[in-house]
Design a protein around this ligand. Structure first.
Ligand code: 5AD
Ligand code: SF4
Length: 483
């Protein structure tokens, strides 16, 4: 189903029923677009460049790799500079400040386009799933050349072709889809690790969250396709996979195979060459004892769980429609800690939800101290149009919210530092991911528990596993030395 029939696109899309047929169609557009890009290259006297900028979560990061894969195939040279001939913003809308950042940066792109009129600008991702955003862009940012949503990203080759052969703004945004199209080219950011989508969308409808509206209903990917992808990644040198979904614990719902998330994990574990398995994100309501048992006994599944709590007050959790209480969450944490004492726990927390008081925030702070998270991402509540919470009355003013937020942040930092301190002096295996941002004589590695460690070393180490002694606790990371 399309969001609406867009009269300002010269083209009408159909929702494909057959994934194989659709990927062949898009392959055809890759060939056609390559010809157009070659012509552009001749005109410019150089290879045209493209830059994909990712906002938001891991799902978006993975989508960007797909966009990059297609751009490479049609002949663009990828760059990180926004002076490029084509810039794609893959947007997020989970909080309003993500939207505001995009609007601000679009202004800069417009200034660049005035100097280089052949420059093309595309917008995709969660933000453009909102009708009001499309209207605003049409009205105030009419220099944008292409807008497409989260459901038809696999049509990028076709949309690129439309954009490059038309001088109109092309808009193709669908409200929802049941399609999952496989087999599009991907350009991975890291050769040794990769995200793997296992499901799309979300059916949980937390009252603050826009994700179910912009990513659509929950759809699980066929396990055979997932395994095929993991096997081919392993054959290509990938040793760490991160299974991605808004709510991975309900994987399999709606599939005829009767497969569950633990069942899928067991299959992924069997793939030779895969040494580390991660997943994101779990929901406290659906996390099963079967999963806990599997994680505890597995050598490949990393001892890290991101388990968003959002609030430590049962009253607020109810208003958020989270489906658990403070007590049931604590009981789950108790079971996790009893089964896996070494498990690293991280979380997300929102402050300033409608109806929340300083007492509720105090409850959240006491939960943080009780759980002792290894890390927590804290956010100030941002009303999202169309969600139930957006119509709920505010209870605290901005100043009070900021005060509560700062108090919470202090508690998070203190407990995390304490928790992370227990690794001091230990020897752990790290996967070296990159050169250090600040010091080229150092590299940055990641431990199984997701902790980062910086150590002396060169680029030849990237992608390899090394044993590291953890020397200096810097709060959320360590300085270490290779053994
Ligand atoms: N306001 C603030 N934070 C939000 N999150 C989701 N929706 C909102 C919102 N409206 C946070 C939640 C979620 C994380 C990805 O973003 O904590 O877990
Ligand atoms: Fe942002 Fe949510 Fe979309 Fe991820 S799924 S990009 S967090 S709105």
């Amino acid at each position: 189903m399309k969001w609406k029939d867009v009269d300002y696109t010269p083209y009408t899309s159909t929702n494909p029923l057959d994934s194989g047929e659709e990927s062949l169609r898009q392959e055809d557009f890759i060939q056609k677009t390559s010809v157009v890009v070659r012509e552009l290259s001749e005109k410019l006297g150089r290879v045209p460049t493209a830059c994909v900028v990712t906002f938001g979560c891991q799902m978006n990061a993975r989508d960007s790799e797909k966009l990059c894969g297609i751009l490479s195939r049609v002949g663009y040279m990828l760059t990180e500079e926004e002076e490029a001939d084509l810039v794609v913003y893959n947007t997020c809308t989970v909080r309003d400040n993500a939207n505001q950042r995009v609007y601000g940066r679009l202004g800069h792109l417009n200034a660049m386009k005035k100097v280089l009129p052949s420059k093309k600008i595309a917008l995709c991702g969660c933000m453009v799933q909102e009708v009001s955003v499309i209207e605003k862009i049409r009205k105030s940012y009419s220099f944008v050349d292409l807008i497409f949503g989260t459901h038809n990203i696999y049509k990028f080759p076709e949309l690129l072709y439309m954009m490059l052969t038309s001088d109109k703004m092309i808009v193709d945004v669908w409200k929802d889809t049941n399609a999952i199209v496989e087999d599009l080219p991907v350009e991975r950011k890291y050769p040794f690790k990769s995200g793997v989508n296992i499901m799309f969308g979300c059916d949980k409808f937390c009252t603050y969250c826009i994700v179910p509206y912009v990513r659509g209903r929950e759809r699980s990917r066929d396990p055979r396709e997932i395994l095929r992808e993991v096997e081919s990644l392993a054959a290509d040198g990938v040793s760490e996979v991160m299974l991605l979904g808004q709510n991975v614990d309900s994987y399999g719902k709606g599939l005829s195979d009767g497969i569950s998330f633990p069942g899928l994990l067991r299959e992924v574990e069997k793939v030779d060459g895969i040494r580390r398995i991660r997943f994101m994100t779990s929901h406290p309501r659906d996390l099963s004892d079967e999963l806990i048992g599997l994680m505890a006994g597995s050598k490949k599944i990393c001892p890290h769980l991101h388990l968003p709590v959002q609030s430590g007050s049962s009253r607020i959790l109810k208003a958020m429609n989270r489906g658990y209480t403070r007590e049931s969450y604590m009981e789950l944490v108790g079971r996790l800690r009893a089964t896996m004492p070494e498990l690293a726990l991280t979380t997300d927390i929102i402050v300033g939800f409608p109806g929340e008081t300083m007492e509720d925030i105090e409850e959240t702070i006491s939960l943080v101290k009780e759980v002792e998270y290894d890390n927590a991402f804290t956010f100030i509540y941002s009303p999202r149009t169309g969600t139930p919470a957006a119509d709920m009355p505010r209870s605290m003013n901005d100043e009070e919210i900021k005060e509560g937020f700062d108090k919470l942040l202090k508690a998070v930092q203190e407990t995390a530092k304490k928790r992370v301190a227990r690794y001091a002096g230990r020897c752990e295996e790290a996967l070296i991911e990159s050169l250090n941002d600040h010091d080229e004589a150092m590299v940055t590695g990641r431990l199984g528990n997701n902790l980062l460690v910086h150590l002396k070393g060169g680029s030849e180490l990237i992608g390899s596993y090394v044993n590291v002694k953890l020397l200096e606790n810097k709060g959320f990371y360590y300085i270490g030395e290779m053994l």
